[in-house]
Design a protein. Structure first.
Ligand code: PGA
Length: 229
């Protein structure tokens, strides 16, 4: 089972180090895998029980891409895991499917483990277009890639405190599992009070946690619940 923390634009290098030091004091059971995605400025070669990944990277080794980081910057810290297609990148920074696919293919060719996010907006859900929307987000993505993890994160559940209902998550995970054998995560307002229920959903291989993961004690509490599941 995968338990992943997406820091988004939170934490500094110093607080990320303190977070990881504290996290290292937890006992992991063999079936739990942790990921932490700090902001780019806090990437480092940490001694960590969690796999450290980047939240975003441009599809080039280096070059004239102001404000971006690329393969060279990730290699400096031995980073081989990348989050791609997050709804905040899609909707706030207007990343198109074509652009995300370019990044996906570049980092796939480098053998990166890729946590690839999909999820519908409230508008699409209400139109009954959830599946067509998710299909579009899978366009160009190699669903047979052996280092792929997919996170289903309905946009309306992210950072709102309102997680999707168990049956809705189950339906979408079923749909995804017909297309890929990649591990499937759920993300969107996962917290201490709902993590057990979410992890018990068939086909749910873990969770991608934003806001509730930023406090290391909360994150550890959720890992403990996951271990009992
Ligand atoms: P949230 O974010 O847990 O704050 O809803 C999840 C995510 O964006 O990955």
């Amino acid at each position: 089972m995968i338990i992943a923390a997406n820091f988004k634009m939170n934490h500094t290098r110093a607080s990320t180090k303190a977070y990881i030091d504290r996290l290292n004091c937890t006992e992991l059971s063999h079936d739990v895998r942790l990921f932490v995605f700090p902001p780019a400025t806090a990437l480092d070669r940490y001694e960590s029980i969690a796999t450290i990944g980047a939240q975003n990277a441009y599809c080039a080794r280096n070059g004239s891409y102001t404000g971006e980081i690329g393969l060279e910057q990730l290699e400096e810290f031995g980073i081989k895991t990348l989050l791609l297609g997050h709804s905040e990148r899609r909707h706030i920074f207007n990343e198109s499917q074509e652009f995300i696919t370019k990044k996906f293919n570049f980092y796939k060719d480098q053998g990166f483990e890729i946590v690839y996010c999909v999820g519908e907006t409230l508008e699409k859900r209400e139109e009954g277009a959830t599946y067509t929307y998710i299909e579009e987000q899978l366009e160009g993505i190699d669903l047979g890639y052996e280092r792929l993890i997919i996170a289903y994160e309905p946009v309306w559940a992210i950072g709102t405190g309102k997680s999707a209902k168990g049956e809705d998550i189950q339906e979408v995970l079923e749909f995804l599992s017909q297309k890929t054998s990649a591990p499937l995560l759920y993300g969107g307002s996962v917290k201490r009070s709902n993590i057990a229920e979410i992890l018990s959903i068939p086909k749910c291989g873990g969770v991608l946690i934003g806001s509730a993961s930023w406090d290391v004690e909360e994150f550890i509490a959720m890992i403990e619940i996951a271990k009992e599941n």
